[in-house]
Design a binder for this molecule. Structure first.
Ligand code: GTP
Ligand code: MG
Length: 202
């Protein structure tokens, strides 16, 4: 299930302009700065394939990366980036929702959630929207290497992960699959690749 080849194909501004070869794809989505691009780079073992940045809002299109010449990883814009102009924000919401609802080759959305902090309202809203629209989803918890000092009142990643799953369970008939990851230690990388391989073979 390893990635031997990864190639940036194109940035699309709407579903219609996405690649039309029918290859299966997985979309990585999540709040701006959750670590989507870092995870993508960790999966393909390349540092700068997807542009990463400390500045939120860097990824602004539907970006297709062709993997092993047979399937796609798709990097989508982060949501919940408050400093982006309002028109831009609604635009992103519109085109990503259209992409989720109409992209027939989309096998599963991988929703990234920062495990180093408590659940955010916008993450819960996003998960609930995917659940209510019956879009297949896998939960990917990021930054599992980050541990807040106990004295700062932070919970360990395992507890945030459990809290999140409890909060979203009402939106799903069956609990979505979930994977704990870190782009720093590469925790969860093999698990994600294996899960994607299994989903492609359905
Ligand atoms: P946008 O493209 O702006 O939506 O952001 P993104 O979700 O692609 O986030 P990106 O991968 O650019 O990472 C944002 C910041 O989080 C960077 O400073 C990363 O170094 C950091 N980061 C990402 N993943 C991890 C992780 O697993 N552990 C830790 N400790 N930091 C991470
Ligand atoms: Mg990004």
């Amino acid at each position: 299930a390893q990635i031997n080849q990864a190639e940036f194909i194109k940035s699309s501004v709407d579903t219609e302009s996405c690649p039309s070869d029918g290859a299966p794809e997985f979309a990585l989505v999540g709040r701006s700065n959750v670590g989507k691009s870092s995870l993508l780079n960790s999966l393909v073992r390349r540092k700068k394939l997807a542009l990463t940045s400390k500045k939120p809002g860097k990824t602004q299109c539907i970006n297709h990366f062709r993997i092993n010449d047979s399937w796609y990883l798709v990097d989508l814009p982060g949501f919940g980036y408050a400093s982006a102009p309002k028109e831009l924000r609604t635009d992103w919401a519109k085109f990503t929702k259209d992409y989720f609802l109409n992209r027939s080759t989309l096998v599963s959305v991988f929703l990234l959630i920062d495990a180093s902090i408590p659940a955010k309202k916008i993450d819960l809203e996003y998960a609930s929207w995917l659940g209510q629209n019956q879009i297949p989803m896998t939960l990917v918890f990021t930054k599992c290497d980050k541990r807040k000092k106990k004295k700062n009142g932070g919970k360990p990643p395992e507890e945030n992960v459990q809290d999140f799953q409890e909060l979203i369970q009402e939106f799903f008939q069956a609990a979505p699959p979930w994977i704990m990851t870190s782009s720093v230690t590469n925790q969860g990388r093999d698990e994600i690749l294996l899960h994607m391989a299994q989903l492609r073979n359905y």
